[in-house]
Design a protein around this ligand. Structure first.
Ligand code: G1P
Length: 292
């Protein structure tokens, strides 16, 4: 029997964004732009390209700008129309026409697992993706589309993975297991943010997941883990006892845009790739390098 299609995605977006204060005091971190597109819009483009039709954004207090961004903006639209500039938002509205967005609130910051569980009713009993917008991935085909193929092949949950420096294991969920195909391993162990000395490998989970609905039961059973939070990784470990899980080393470049250095790297590299700005920006950078 064919695997049920992945039609829905959850975007956890309730985090406080403390790493970017003061910028994120009144602006959601998911709305920070790389060049001129907010992080969460890149995430939306990626899921739509993977065939997803419904997105559930898990928000919290102070996140209204996300809802406004994905809505019509009557006054602005009218102004652009009158001034012959409506093309400035054409791509955004074309994207929004392809997806239905719902919002749920996570009332307390109880962890990534808890945030995902907030989407349970809207996802129901079918496989779903989870996308963390501050992991920005530049890839062709887009990362989630690559993962859907792995899901279709194996009919099981898939986490995106990438090798990291051993000293960085304490920043990620770390997986280990047996290779079963190109770039794919069947997961045997998984641990949230281990010290390098305790890490089973240096293969880190990146913020893209395709999950079976049974994961929700495991989140609800999960006890608070690292940092006193309900961890998605812990629920995945529990799911491993019931179902296989795969880790997929996607092709593409991942930027940790939730970190200041990663954010700057993404900004520079996206600006260099930008059709309108790229050449001028490259010339500017060359001049700058020469003067350093
Ligand atoms: C979360 C997950 C972690 C994963 C990471 C990817 O951590 O808990 O397992 O490796 O996302 O970005 P966070 O970055 O929210 O602390």
């Amino acid at each position: 029997m064919a695997n049920p299609p992945v039609r829905k995605a959850i975007f956890p977006a309730a985090g406080l964004g403390t790493r970017f204060l003061p910028a994120t005091k009144a602006t959601p971190k998911e709305m920070l732009p790389i060049v001129d597109v907010p992080l969460i819009q890149y995430a939306l483009e990626e899921v739509v390209a993977a065939g997803i039709e419904e997105v559930i954004i898990v928000t919290g207090r102070g996140k209204r700008a996300i809802e406004d961004h994905f809505d019509l903006s009557f006054e602005l639209d009218y102004f652009l129309e009158e001034n012959g500039k409506s093309n400035l938002l054409d791509a955004t509205y074309a994207l929004l026409d392809r997806v239905q967005i719902s919002y749920v609130r996570q009332r307390q910051p109880l962890g990534l697992g808890h945030a995902v569980a907030c989407g349970r009713r809207l996802v129901g009993d079918e496989p779903f993706a989870v996308v963390l917008a501050d992991d920005l991935i530049y890839a062709d085909p887009p990362c989630l589309a690559q993962m859907v193929q792995v899901y279709e092949r194996h009919g099981a949950s898939v986490v995106a993975a990438q090798r990291v420096e051993p000293v960085q294991t304490r920043r990620y969920g770390i997986v280990d297991g047996e290779p079963v195909g190109e770039r794919t391993i069947r997961v045997r162990t998984m641990v949230e943010k281990p010290e390098p000395s305790e890490a089973p490998s240096n293969l880190a989970i990146v913020g893209r997941y395709i999950l079976t609905p049974e994961l929700f039961d495991e989140i609800e059973r999960a006890a608070p883990g690292r940092g006193g939070e309900i961890q998605l990784t812990d629920a995945l470990v529990a799911l491993l006892a019931r179902q296989p899980i795969y880790a997929y080393e996607f092709t593409g470049i991942r930027y940790d845009a939730g970190d200041k250095l990663g954010f700057l790297q993404a900004t520079v590299e996206y600006a260099l790739r930008n059709e309108e700005l790229g050449d001028r920006f490259r010339r500017y950078l060359k001049g700058l390098m020469a003067s350093l």
